[in-house]
Design a protein around this ligand. Structure first.
Ligand code: GYE
Length: 329
């Protein structure tokens, strides 16, 4: 009898704990699967839904939280820093156990990060970095090395044009202005190609990491800039938008204009396999599992590395054909 009562009591308490975990508002909330007394609540402020990369990243974070038994409070900032700051403040107010976010731009985070620190809530940066001098404001930064990605794009170009002395006119579609991937992919690429003066960036503008803006800006480039040899787009989506513009102008993408992009999402890989893109530098969005592991550790107060770099590769057209059918995102 006693055993039965205590079992019922335990079941009741567990149900209450699960309910209280999943009930508080703010963004889409999904309850964790273990829900016990030591379950963790994470507030996650996502950049937006601007690209295929971002969609895959969001899914990875949400699925991994579920698998790890972490209760996730998720919000989408629609590419606006002010929305991210609001979300972080609301997570502080709700006293979540850990805050993770992908900062849309690099600058302007010190005040809100200080607020989290004062509230003793650990912060994890995922995907994109901040330029805060005080690195004690966050526990770790998990994501790609964007400078390295830019260098890989540049190295392919140098190799591709190694037998010509003629000028190579490049147009560049930059990511979101002020974002770490836009700054770093630009810098890494420039560093490699500047070794040879035949490479000239003849136009460079932001396409905000979206397909629509990529198309619009490429249309403008095609009108204003004769003789474009190469397009370097900081992500697949802008490259895919630009392909529409190039075809609309009666040119053949991948032949008349060679195209290099970054990400390697499925649509990008399809265009690469089809010969419309020439080279893709991979940037993995599947950060969820590592993020959840790091979150568990920082909540327990364990030491974690200050920087966790994602492992990535590159793809040629032939390689894209081989892996396309097994590409997850
Ligand atoms: O490359 C782009 C996305 O921050 C690495 O953001 C991410 C970038 C990614 O919109 O497609």
């Amino acid at each position: 009898m006693f055993k039965r009562i205590s079992a019922l009591l335990l079941a009741g308490l567990t149900a209450m704990a699960v309910a209280s975990c999943g009930s508080s508002g703010g963004g889409t909330t999904s309850a964790g699967t273990d829900g016990g007394a030591d379950s963790i609540t994470m507030g996650f402020s996502q950049v937006g839904a601007e690209s295929g990369w971002r969609t895959a990243n969001t899914k990875s974070v949400q699925d991994s939280a579920k698998n790890a038994g972490i209760t996730l409070k998720f919000s989408d900032a629609q590419q606006k820093q002010e929305n991210q700051i609001k979300a972080i403040r609301s997570y502080i107010q709700q006293k979540v156990d850990v805050i993770a976010f992908s900062p849309v731009v690099e600058s302007g985070w010190d005040t809100v990060l200080k607020e989290a620190q004062n509230a003793k809530i650990p912060v994890i940066l995922t995907d994109r970095a901040v330029d805060s001098k005080d690195t004690s404001l966050y526990k770790t930064f998990l994501g790609s090395d964007f400078v390295e990605e830019g260098k890989k794009a540049g190295q392919w170009l140098v190799e591709e044009y190694k037998d010509t002395k003629d000028p190579v006119n490049i147009v560049e579609l930059q990511g979101t202005t002020g974002s770490a991937p836009a700054n770093d992919r630009k810098a890494g690429f420039a560093e490699v190609i500047q070794a040879d003066p035949k490479f000239k960036i003849v136009a460079s503008q932001t396409g905000d990491f979206t397909r629509a803006k990529g198309k619009e800006v490429m249309e403008a480039f095609l009108k204003s800039t004769p003789d474009i040899d190469v397009l370097y787009a900081h992500n697949d989506d802008m490259g895919l938008g630009a392909i529409e513009a190039i075809e609309g102008a009666g040119k053949v993408p991948g032949k008349d204009i060679k195209i290099i992009t970054v990400d390697a999402v499925k649509d990008g890989m399809q265009a690469l396999a089809d010969g419309k893109i020439n080279f893709i530098v991979e940037c993995s969005p599947l950060l969820g599992p590592q993020l959840m592991d790091l979150a568990k550790k920082v909540v327990k107060g364990e030491q974690v590395p200050a920087r966790v770099v994602t492992e990535e590769t590159t793809f040629t057209q032939e390689q894209a054909k081989q892996v396309l059918s097994t590409r997850q995102y």
